[in-house]
Design a protein around this ligand. Structure first.
Ligand code: GAL
Length: 686
């Protein structure tokens, strides 16, 4: 990965439980009377909870008036938890400022692009760049750190909470000033900035830094270069806040590891977490299951990316839900078995902690219908019984703790900037979805039984035999070269439509698309041909595009056309091409061929590329195989992706309980893995 991350000290023991997996939740005792705290301790012990995140939204109670502290209740809870053998990931409590602060300093409130002030009454109503907010927040962080530095329950710091969840983009005057400082740092001169943003267009040329504003609502399309830099700046501004809190903690409690919970998931795209991973001592993530048929694979995709943001080291699942959430339009509960399946899929992808939002379902407040480990119905409930059973199983999985993800042979690139930019306005089609396209290819690989790493685009490509780049829209020169090296090295690259089109400033590469990847792929596209809603274009292979096609007008001499458009305006023209370079190759897929089309393409390609053949244990893609390894043992997680039992011959020892059924008669042991179940086998190997 990057030099910064390589120098990084990754912490596992303590916070991540050297002796086993961590299990717990956000704990909000301030919402409950004391007698409930005692019941909580009893139930936590019954469930096997060994860590909680505490104090996340407690600022108003910890500092009831400016500079006046009330730590009494927190002292009591910390002691109680410690007496019950439960460790604490203590929040810095800065996520949500108290009412007195915003009354005293309304200038900390964030402002939207149309200059609407976001008032208190919800949460996270603060400007990431506000010096006033920063001052109050750091005073609280210091007070907490000094108070609890020697408390035996403290094992980790939980900085803020989901930084940017509600305030990722702030268009206030504070933000404007900080944006200008950030731009000066990036460009040095206004000439360089004007060039990067192409401000000759529409009379946007800047003659002074003060003329630059955040991209507030404007009369017409806003400059794309400014949009992209504002997104980068906003992600960096939150990271600055993270760093500022971390610096105070490092000063007062240098030995206590620090983390903040990322939101690596489909519904949050605002923060480039690849640039944040080096700023925490261990990566933490929050993930909420997407309802419907793709939920399981979607969970696997983001867990996989999280594991690779952590460079294969164990990470901390800080939040997920035992059952329903409260913030989608319809919030069905999890089905039988899903609680276990979801938790173990995260563990497979490297989580050494399984934690929930939250311990006890709130009685009041905006999240009263969000599930928890202890539901409104109480402990005599399906959810709590599942919670207790999972706790027992996680204890049995102790041998897995501390193991690393075993690197796959295939990488699927994930690039936050391509996600941001490909979804911009004023494009050939509003229907392009970067996250959906990457998930489509991920699912196709799983369908083929191929084990894959979802890899942040800045990570090293060395060692991957195949690099798949769905809609890799932003391709600066350095990335182009790195992809070319893969192919020159005798390995394989596949890119899909709308890739390579722009540089790091969202300026189009000239000479025809796919721009930065045109030479590598050996084709030139003269025109994009997006499809009107309801249109279907068939390819000769049988694949069907419904969103996007491209007019490929030049195919290099070393390029083979492996699929053509079968109908529509492009009928007879190339749709999928492959350039061969020595033993390597570069494939271009110019249309949205959907999961079925991608599966067929991968199946055919597997005839020449061994890494695409699929794992024998994957049972033709019905199981996802995920591998963690340590000290000469491989832990193979077999996750049933289907609604039917899958029989698979497995050698090795079963780890943990549940999951696979008994061995059956025959020469080889066969495991029956029930629908939606996850079984874990330990095998010798590195
Ligand atoms: C997260 C947040 C939690 C809780 C949860 C509900 O975004 O960190 O505090 O609100 O969502 O799903």
């Amino acid at each position: 990965m990057t030099a910064r991350a390589a120098a990084h000290r990754w912490v596992r023991p303590g916070a991540l439980g050297a002796g086993g997996l961590r299990y717990g939740a956000d704990y909000n005792p301030e919402q409950w009377p004391r007698d409930v705290w005692h019941e909580d301790m009893r139930l936590m012990r019954e469930a096997g909870v060994n860590i909680v995140s505490l104090g996340i939204f407690s600022w108003a109670l910890l500092e009831p008036r400016p500079g006046e502290w009330d730590f009494g209740w927190l002292d009591e809870v910390m002691d109680l938890l410690h007496d019950n053998g439960i460790d604490v990931d203590l929040a810095t409590a800065t996520a949500s400022p108290p009412p007195w602060l915003t009354r005293l300093h309304p200038e900390v409130l964030p402002v939207t692009a149309d200059e609407t002030v976001l008032y208190p009454g919800g949460r996270q109503h603060w400007r990431p760049t506000s010096p006033v907010f920063r001052r109050y927040a750091l005073r609280l962080v210091r007070a907490l750190a000094e108070r609890y530095r020697d408390h035996p329950a403290l094992v980790a710091w939980h900085i803020s909470n989901e930084l940017g969840c509600h305030n990722a983009f702030d268009y206030s005057d504070d933000a404007a000033a900080a944006f200008r400082v950030w731009l000066r740092g990036r460009y040095g001169t206004l000439d360089a900035l004007n060039d990067a943003w192409g401000t000759a267009f529409w009379s946007q040329h800047y003659g002074a830094w003060d003329e630059i504003l955040p991209p507030r609502i404007a009369a017409a399309q806003r400059n794309p270069g400014r949009q992209l830099d504002f997104e980068r700046f906003s992600s960096d501004a939150l990271r600055e806040h993270l760093r500022a809190e971390a610096a105070v903690l490092a000063e007062v409690t240098p030995d206590v590891p620090r983390t903040t919970n990322f939101m690596v998931c489909q519904n949050i795209r605002d923060i480039d977490y690849a640039t944040w991973a080096g700023d925490v001592d261990f990566v933490s993530n929050d993930h909420y299951l997407r309802p419907g048929e793709l939920g399981r694979d979607d969970l696997s995709f983001w867990a996989n990316l999280t594991g690779n943001l952590a460079e294969g080291h164990p990470w901390f699942l800080m939040e997920h839900a035992t059952s329903a959430v409260n913030w989608r339009e319809v919030n069905p509960p999890k089905r039988a078995g899903e609680l276990r399946r979801d938790a173990l899929t995260h563990v497979g992808h490297g989580a050494d902690a399984v934690c929930y939002f939250q311990w006890r379902q709130s009685r009041a407040g905006g999240e009263r219908y969000h599930s928890a480990m202890v539901p409104h119905a109480g402990a005599d409930s399906r959810v709590f019984r599942d919670v207790v059973a999972l706790g027992a199983e996680l204890r049995a999985l102790a041998p897995v703790a501390g193991s690393h993800r075993e690197r796959a042979r295939v990488a699927l690139l994930f690039d936050y900037e391509s996600w941001w930019v490909s979804g911009r306005d004023s494009h050939p089609s509003d229907a392009l979805r970067y996250d959906a396209e990457t998930l489509t290819w991920y699912r196709a690989l799983l369908d083929r039984g191929v084990r894959v790493d979802v890899l942040p685009v800045h990570a090293a490509f060395e060692g991957y035999e195949v690099v798949i780049a769905p809609m890799l829209h932003v391709v600066p020169d350095g990335l182009r070269r790195r992809l070319e090296e893969v192919v020159l090295d005798g390995r394989h690259v596949l890119a899909t439509y709308f890739s390579g089109v722009v540089d790091e400033h969202d300026r189009v590469w000239l000479g025809g698309y796919p721009g930065g990847l045109r030479d590598l792929l050996g084709v030139t596209v003269e025109e994009f041909v997006p499809l009107l809603p309801g249109t279907r274009v068939r390819l000769s292979s049988g694949a069907v595009a419904t969103t996007w096609t491209e007019r490929i007008t030049r195919v290099g001499a070393d390029v083979e056309v492996i699929d053509t458009y079968a109908d529509g305006d492009l009928a007879g023209g190339p749709a999928v091409t492959r350039r061969r370079v020595g033993g390597g190759s570069a494939t271009y897929v110019s249309a949205d061929v959907a999961r079925a089309g991608a599966v067929d393409l991968l199946r055919a390609w597997a005839a020449e590329v061994d890494a695409l053949r699929g794992e024998p244990l994957a049972a033709d893609g019905r199981l996802e195989t995920i591998v963690r390894a340590k000290g000469g043992t491989r832990f193979v997680f077999l996750a049933n992706r289907t609604d039917e039992a899958v029989d698979v011959p497995v050698t090795g020892e079963r780890v943990g309980a549940g999951g696979a059924g008994a061995e059956r008669a025959g020469t080889e042991p066969v495991w029956r893995i029930g629908p939606g179940e996850v079984a874990i086998v330990a095998q010798p190997g590195s």
